[in-house]
Design a protein around this ligand. Structure first.
Ligand SMILES: CC(C)(COP(=O)(O)OP(=O)(O)OC[C@H]1O[C@@H](n2cnc3c(N)ncnc32)[C@H](O)[C@@H]1OP(=O)(O)O)[C@@H](O)C(=O)NCCC(=O)NCCS
Length: 190
């Protein structure tokens, strides 16, 4: 069994393995899942395996698989990309690939834990993200987690035949500490 890097009440967070590639490929080829992430081209198993191999040991880009503790099933993934020094910042991304798991609180739970990893374990000072203005579910998750609006890049993404605005959001370590929720306290090694 692959050891978990972190856990929360309903999720385990662990590194993706090559055996997870078919699941990731299924998610990444589902237009409903990827419409709001910067992944529009089809992806095959070989490409995904190469990506996983390139990410292994990459200290600047952390990707964690989100595994439901109920049934031990992967439901999505989340990551901190472009971890940068001396700025001590990173970009956050999340994808719940199993659509039947949307709107059940997993995205919020995972975001809290990923912020705990960013600020407590990695010592980062800022976590930022970009989100389509047409993705209210994600915006709600980020606002609940304490991300603040920093501006809008107008018509910055082409999505389903039209250009859409993209919102820049970020949270600072001090802001996260001031509004910390109980779930964030569950970040620990198992
Ligand atoms: C966006 C995503 C991570 C959210 O995860 P999730 O588990 O579905 O979200 P949660 O259940 O934790 O929370 C969803 C919140 O949005 C709200 N919501 C859902 N649809 C909404 C809508 N159309 N308008 C406004 N709020 C909405 C829910 O009510 C809930 O808020 P609440 O907790 O106050 O009730 C997930 O749906 C996903 O991966 N989607 C596909 C990929 C994606 O868009 N990734 C983000 C790219 S920036």
């Amino acid at each position: 069994m692959i050891p978990a890097y972190a856990q929360s009440p309903r999720l385990l967070f662990r590194s993706p393995e090559s055996s997870d590639a078919p699941t990731l490929v299924r998610w990444l080829n589902d237009p409903e899942v990827t419409v709001h992430i910067a992944r529009t081209l089809p992806i095959g198993l070989e490409e995904e395996l190469s990506w996983l191999k390139a990410r292994a040991g990459d200290q600047r880009n952390i990707t964690l698989l989100l595994v439901s503790r109920d049934g031990d099933l992967p439901i999505g993934c989340a990551g901190l990309r472009d971890i940068a020094l001396p700025d001590r910042k990173a970009s956050f991304g999340i994808m719940i690939g199993e659509k039947e798991c949307w709107d059940r609180g997993f995205g919020s739970e995972a975001t809290e834990v990923m912020l705990g990893i960013a600020f407590e374990r990695l010592g980062l000072n800022r976590v930022e993200l970009q989100v389509d203005e047409t993705n209210p579910r994600a915006i709600r998750v980020y606002e609940k987690a304490g991300f603040r609006n920093e501006g809008v890049a107008r018509k910055a993404r082409f999505q389903n035949g039209r250009f859409v605005d993209v919102r820049q959001m970020a949270i600072l370590a001090d802001e996260w500490r001031a509004n910390r929720s109980p779930v964030a306290g569950t970040v620990c090694q198992t």
